[in-house]
Write a protein that binds this ligand. Structure first.
Ligand code: PLP
Length: 387
């Protein structure tokens, strides 16, 4: 076996299962699960219809680079969304089977393994970054939430993951931070992988989260050198089961990455490609999706804030809530006494720089219907009153 497999950490949901083993949830209350970030709003009819109308596509092997029409639809979407003067569909875009596999496989293509190889991950973070780094033969280096970039040593860094809007914090990186990160990348020669799968979930219609391509363009880095962005239809279009996303950015990086993907065998089915074209070409369903999340935040926030510390995130559908007691104990007691499932924040982070930055937080995914989110918030507040 590959000895690097032994370095992989238990996935957070497995740890949650272990935490709750033997816990009998209060049978008087119906269960509400807000632990997993799986969108639950319906997949729009235009996506389902396009998929159903394209089943003939199942009879052909798709190309790894995808259909030119899909690459064009993605490039046009990114140019509109991020006010880019140019993004070439041929050389600067590749469709991927959801951002997760791409975030993982990109590290396998980019990292030159070795003792000194390091991959920077935000902390708390999406655990795929860490697994990708370890299996690629690098060590993860953690940048804790709120730490300035110069708090860590960038020597030997080959790849840096950024996540904006962040999971779980919902923070969006401003232009100044991108300027700093680009300058560090230039100085140390690392590549930036910007995970933006929550980019289309935000409350203020007039103020969409800044994207890395947009930041690069505004800062005059118009070849997007050293930068690749990861985006997805899973959250934007409520289609996590379709496994559809894209990477876009530096053509010099995407060329060898496409070669890697050819061997990896990760081409997207034509039927999914046709449905993805329909999704990227439509914004009405995305606005409606945002409206549903905004209504949940508006209803839930004041309830939770009665007793617990939390803020409206700049993006994404998570509440990152401070807990007055240990986060795992909070999650366990909330499940046992109130039948509400949330994820302990410490499971989403690593001990680094003298602490675990997820400690004393829980992540609450507002994916359930509005009524359930409100009910869960009321139960959380009731629970918090007892602490
Ligand atoms: C931060 C982050 N990145 C990437 C993904 C992967 O999404 P997908 O593979 O569905 O595009 C997720 C899924 O929850 C996520 O939370």
């Amino acid at each position: 076996m590959n000895p690097r497999l032994g370095k992989l950490q238990t996935y957070p949901f497995e740890r949650l299962r272990e935490l709750l083993a033997g816990v009998a949830p209060n049978p008087a209350l119906r269960p509400i699960d807000l632990s997993i970030g799986e969108p639950k709003h319906p997949t729009p009819a235009l996506v389902r219809d396009a998929l159903a109308a394209s089943l003939d596509g199942l009879s052909v092997y798709p190309r790894t680079a995808g259909l030119p029409e899909l690459r064009q639809a993605i490039a046009a979407w990114a140019r509109r969304r991020y006010a880019l003067g140019a993004l070439d569909a041929e050389t600067q875009v590749i469709p991927v089977n959801g951002s997760r596999e791409a975030l993982f496989s990109f590290a396998q293509a980019i990292v030159s393994p070795g003792e000194q190889a390091r991959v920077v991950c935000p902390n708390p973070f999406y655990q795929i970054y860490e697994g990708a780094a370890l299996l690629a033969g690098a060590a993860p280096a953690f940048l804790n939430d709120g730490m300035p970039f110069d708090a860590i040593d960038w020597t030997g860094v080959q790849l840096a993951y950024a996540c904006s809007p962040g999971n779980p914090t919902g923070r969006v990186m401003p232009l100044e931070q991108w300027r700093e990160l680009f300058a560090l990348a230039d100085r140390h020669g690392f590549v930036i992988a910007s995970d933006e799968c929550y980019s289309e979930i935000y409350c203020d219609e007039a103020n969409p989260p800044l994207g890395a391509l947009e930041a690069a363009w505004r800062l005059g880095r118009r070849d997007f050198r050293g930068l690749v962005v990861f985006s997805s239809l899973s959250k934007r279009s409520n289609a996590p089961g379709m496994r559809s996303g894209f990477v876009a950015g530096d053509a010099e990086l995407l060329k060898p990455y496409l070669l890697y993907r050819t061997y990896h065998g990760s081409a997207m089915s034509h039927a999914v490609q046709r449905a993805s074209i329909a999704a990227w070409n439509d914004e009405a369903h995305v606005r409606e999706n945002r409206r549903l999340y905004a209504a949940k935040f508006a209803a839930v926030l004041p309830l939770v804030q009665e007793r617990l510390k939390t803020e409206r995130p700049a993006g994404g559908f998570y509440l990152w809530v401070r807990t007055p007691i240990d986060d795992a104990e909070f999650a366990r007691a909330l499940q046992r006494d109130y039948n509400v499932l949330v994820l302990p924040g410490s499971y989403l982070a690593r001990e680094a720089h003298g602490g675990n930055p997820g400690r004393n937080h829980v992540r609450v995914a507002l994916v359930a219907p509005l009524g359930d989110c409100v009910e869960a918030a009321q139960r959380m507040t009731q629970f918090a009153r007892t602490l």
